[in-house]
Design a protein around this ligand. Structure first.
Ligand SMILES: [Cu+2]
Length: 147
């Protein structure tokens, strides 16, 4: 009887195993970085579209071109002061999209590991909650780029 219960438990887990990797459900587009002078932290922007039937969650990001990449959200408090805070995850609902854009969600890239100039393309890897990864090319654009 015990063995039967174990088998049932195992079968219940099967649907999870056949789920596509979160990275396979996501299409990244319009990825760019606003390059600021004197090695100031740069904002990274991208539209993430989830084509899957289940939500996907970005838990971190990294790049060989920056020492640190964080998920941030810009916000304005009731007094009108703007600031930003770190997010430890960003979820994209099933069949929906989330835009990382100026004044909202963004990647904060700090300490470039090599000289960068407008027109360059660097790779940023997004890490998902299920352990899958998506490497996204980001175009480096000048500081005065319009949103
Ligand atoms: Cu930020």
């Amino acid at each position: 009887m015990k063995r039967h219960a174990l088998l049932l438990a195992w079968l219940a887990l099967l649907p999870l195993a056949v789920h596509a990797a979160q990275s396979d459900q996501v299409k990244a587009s319009q990825a760019w970085i606003r390059l600021l002078p004197v090695n100031l932290p740069a904002g990274g922007y991208v539209t993430l579209e989830n084509h899957g039937a289940s939500p996907v969650t970005v838990v971190s990001a990294q790049s060989t071109s920056y020492a640190s990449v964080m998920l941030h959200e810009s916000s304005t408090d009731h007094a009108g002061n703007s600031g930003m805070h770190m997010l430890d995850r960003l979820t994209i609902p099933a069949r929906d999209k989330v835009a990382l854009a100026p004044a909202g969600y963004h990647l904060m890239l700090q300490q470039a590991t090599h000289p960068l100039k407008p027109g360059d393309t660097i790779e940023v890897t997004l890490n998902f909650a299920d352990g899958s990864h998506l490497a996204v090319p980001f175009l480096i654009r000048p500081a005065n780029t319009d949103n």
